[in-house]
Design a protein around this ligand. Sequence first.
Ligand code: ADP
Ligand code: MG
Length: 263
Amino acid sequence: SEMHATAAIAPDATATTRTKATTAVEMVGVNKWYGEFHVLRDINLKVLTGERIVVCGPSGSGKSTMIRCINRLEEHQKGQIIVEGTELTNDLKRIDEIRREVGMVFQHFNLFPHLTILQNLTLAPIWVRKMPKKKAEEVAMHYLKRVKIPEQANKFPGQLSGGQQQRVAIARALCMNPRIMLFDEPTSALDPEMIKEVLDVMVGLAEEGMTMICVTHEMGFARQVADRVIFMDAGQIIEQNEPHEFFTNPQHERTKLFLSQIL
Ligand code: ADP
Ligand code: MG
């Protein structure tokens, strides 16, 4: 009878969480201009919780701009972007809420060179999340172990290899406990021998069920973990499909041309 009472209070909530996939990110008719330049054209994209999306396409097609709009590093001018149920508007409180949910990793790591690795990792948790220093350091060490470089904690970024620095950048994002991770060509500035150590960390995250949107041209990674590959050109999503179909049976000429150049 207790169960019955609970169901009577919130039948919809129970049904929703049990049966329906939730939406992590939704872009509806999103358009953006840089001055006169129309950089994003009618982007429609729905990413479910736990989904792994790979975004590819030629340089200048708008991939970075699109994912930067998701945490408001760039502002769109038309359409809607809804992240974890909150629509991105000019309301600063909402932008703040959304940035809490969304971690980002950039091509050029963006670590503070004058801070140690540990200080890089604890800065935002202490100052933004108001976490006690000791707790923040525990969390930081936990994630440094996960990216397999706990012994680097007291070094400075310049003392680490590119692959190590990028793993620090991933750990830094994870310290904020994000629900969604955005990656913008995280391996494209790395020497070939360091790419795998970064991709391995990303594969691990994917296996744990993290919602991920990854701009990358690492097609092995796409085949291994992506639920969906999205191809962009000239500010539009031209084509999307699950990886096997995407690679073996691309539909559009522009996709075929792109794949012929990178594979
Ligand atoms: P991608 O990541 O696919 O290479 P971007 O999103 O970085 O593409 O850029 C898309 C287009 O927008 C490019 O033509 C680029 O030159 C232009 N662009 C990017 N950022 C700016 C900016 N801040 N101001 C003006 N144009 C920009
Ligand atoms: Mg880019």
